[in-house]
Design a protein. Structure first.
Lengths: 335, 330
């Protein structure tokens, strides 16, 4: 069966004062129905621009190439008018801040039912019935009462659940969730992650979770794609990638996390900062921060993500972590 | 034992008036000693940021006292802060909002030096030193805040705080707005600064996994009250309050095992109408009838203090009598 979403060689160039600069550079991945896929990376990694491409919401002047095939529709180069039938209807988005996703002075009921009446052509009564169902689905207590309430009357966690209900109102096949839990407390985050996992199982919903938190992806994602400087550094099954990472950047991200099981020790940060748009160094984008960098890593061509194991791709020709044990190694420069 | 730098006794903070009166902080005792990082954790709305602001004199107290170096800390209204409060400083969450975008980094830090009683002429030289101390090039004095990433801006904000020669710093979510690699960098920097200069620090955060790495002691807050406080290692490895347990269990592990973190149902209740008895009882898996009416106090139990009628029912009782089978235990 063909994947629901097939992204191949996606490139996005954004206009800057110094001319067009690649924000997404040759990114490929698949998403199946009923699957949660993670796009991991820090600011400037290209993960949000990838999502914006799939929603047709790139800034004016952006240029795209490659392909993003979604259930019979090619999204790259799709006209703005045609995107209106995709965005919100077949591909929906949940963002980090539920406060901005919901209109503050419209009731929850209005926001939910307008969506359904517009996209699905439901009658007012049918839309209302479905809205109650949706709110119950995302575990909002007393959905009837919630329909008459305003976003400000709910806590952050409840607002994010409502934002997910609004995103799901038009029965999309794919949900893009950009840092959906970053602004939330861990207890609330746990509830949202469980909700996404249940929607995936019960409704065959495909979800792309965009985050810098590998703990979140470990909990829900079956496949993870790690982006750095707009390019794929490593991608593979979550279980493999998080236990036996092969790219020094993936290793560095994992080592920088607090590890609940290990003894308390100083955190092991990756030195330096990710490159900004238009300032990605030649060769491997990660080489200035990598402890294993060799002369060949510092010059173009950029390393491409090539298969190293079934389903596991790596953009690191020296492959210094091959066969390394799972415990932390000094993958990054320590100075 | 050294005398505390910062001493809070029975601190309460209230907002609003009449029926809408909200007690955001309700009877908190805390000590912060030199060279110590005290972690203050809890969900949003638990009062941890309000408590941090009250501890630095940015919030008037409804009750209780705050002392810094033996002197009372009182809100100064909109007037200038007293000179004796200068060595009590705050670092804020958002380095995009806390630095004036129209001023150069060197001027921003020199302000701190002047505030600390130094001369502006020395300010720029000192700014270079401080920038290097926080891991930025001294040349950054000539740049504007927007030229830096979030992590670098937070370093600049820390350098400005250090310029006032603080003895105690209250850091409110200092790394929450930062990228993954910058979070660890800034957390380690704060740890080093505290150790080096024997500073005291209150590290306010919603993220117990980070607090666990940087704090010597941790206080867990729920709805304005401290529900558990003790050495970080003790509280982390063997939490006794069911709420602390829930916080630990909700942390996702990046172990590739695909384990969903444990959900704590319900939301933090409206602080204007807190539940009777133990504030946590509507969400608590161990709830008993008396929890709905009786108000638990912090009691010593197994090397820390917890406010739980079930797990810490008074200093005379052994807590081991109750099996540790809350939802938080894996």
């Amino acid at each position: 069966m063909a994947p629901l979403l097939e992204v191949r060689g996606l490139r996005v160039a954004l206009p800057t004062r110094r001319g067009p600069q690649l924000a997404v550079d040759d990114v490929s991945f698949d998403v199946d129905a009923g699957e949660i896929v993670g796009l991991a990376g820090e600011s400037g990694s290209g993960k949000t621009m990838t999502a914006m491409t799939l929603l047709g919401l790139l800034p004016p002047g952006a240029r795209t190439s490659g392909s993003a095939h979604f259930a019979g529709t090619e999204l790259v180069g799709l006209r703005r008018r045609a995107f209106r039938d995709v965005r919100g209807r077949r591909i929906a988005m949940v963002s980090q801040d539920p406060a901005t996703a919901l209109h503050p002075i419209l009731t929850i009921g209005t926001q939910l039912t307008e969506h359904m009446r517009h996209h699905l052509g439901l009658s007012a009564a049918a839309a209302r019935a479905r809205a109650v169902e949706l709110l119950a689905d995302v575990r909002i207590p007393d959905p009837e009462q919630a329909l008459r309430s305003y976003p400000g009357q709910f806590s952050g966690g409840m607002r994010q659940r409502i934002a997910i209900a609004v995103a799901l109102a038009a029965e999309p096949q794919l949900l893009l969730a950009d840092e959906p839990t970053t602004a939330l407390d861990v207890t609330v985050q746990a509830g949202i992650l469980r909700l996404l996992d249940r929607l995936r199982r019960e409704k065959e919903l495909a979800v792309v979770v965009i985050t810098h938190d590998l703990g979140v992806l470990s909990a829900v994602a079956s496949r993870v794609h790690v982006l750095y400087g707009g390019r794929l550094a490593e991608s593979g099954p979550a279980a493999t990638l998080l236990t036996r990472p092969r790219h020094p950047y993936t290793r560095g991200l994992l080592d920088a996390l607090p590890h609940p099981e290990a003894a308390a020790a100083p955190l092991r940060p990756i030195p330096g900062a990710p490159p900004s748009l238009g300032a990605v160094p030649p060769g491997c984008p990660f080489h200035p921060r990598c402890a294993f960098a060799q002369p060949s890593c510092r010059v173009d061509p950029r390393p491409e993500a090539v298969p190293v194991d079934p389903g596991h791709r790596l953009a690191c020709p020296p492959d210094p972590l091959r066969g390394r044990p799972a415990e932390p190694v000094a993958a990054v420069r320590t100075s | 034992m050294t005398a505390p730098l910062l001493r809070l006794r029975d601190v309460a903070v209230e907002y609003g008036r009449g029926a809408a009166r909200v007690r955001a902080v309700d009877g908190v005792d805390l000590d912060v000693r030199p060279g110590e990082i005290l972690g203050l954790v809890g969900e949003s709305g638990c009062g941890k940021s309000t408590l941090g602001r009250a501890a630095t004199g940015l919030e008037p107290l409804a009750r209780g006292t705050v002392e810094f170096l033996g002197r009372p800390v009182e809100p100064a209204g909109r007037r200038r802060r007293g000179a004796d409060l200068r060595r009590l400083q705050m670092v804020f969450q958002d380095p995009y909002a806390s630095l004036n975008p129209r001023r150069k980094v060197g001027e921003l830090i020199a302000d701190g030096v002047v505030l600390g009683g130094g001369r502006r002429a020395d300010g720029l030289r000192r700014a270079r030193e401080l920038l290097e101390r926080v891991g930025l090039p001294g040349d950054a004095v000539g740049s504007y805040p927007h030229e830096f990433s979030g992590g670098q801006r937070q370093r600049i904000a820390i350098a400005r705080t250090l310029a006032a020669d603080p003895a105690c710093i209250v850091a409110d979510e200092p790394i929450s707005a930062l990228d993954a690699s910058a979070q660890a960098q800034v957390a380690n920097l704060l740890s080093e600064l505290v150790a080096e200069a024997s500073l005291g620090m209150v590290f306010v955060s919603h993220d117990l996994s980070v607090v666990r790495q940087v704090a010597h002691r941790v206080a867990v807050m729920y709805l304005g009250r401290i529900v558990e406080i003790g050495d970080t290692a003790t509280v982390w490895s063997d939490p006794r309050h069911p709420y602390t347990e829930a916080l630990v269990a909700a942390i996702p592990r990046a172990d590739g095992a695909g384990t969903l973190p444990v959900d704590l149902p319900g939301d933090v209740p409206d602080p204007a109408a807190p539940p009777s008895g133990c504030h946590f009882h509507p969400r608590c898996p161990l709830v008993q009838d008396r929890c709905r009416v009786q108000d638990p106090r912090l009691e010593p139990v197994a090397g820390r203090s917890a406010a739980c009628l079930v797990r810490a029912p008074g200093s005379g009782n052994r807590a081991g009598a109750v099996p540790l089978t809350g939802p938080g235990r894996p």
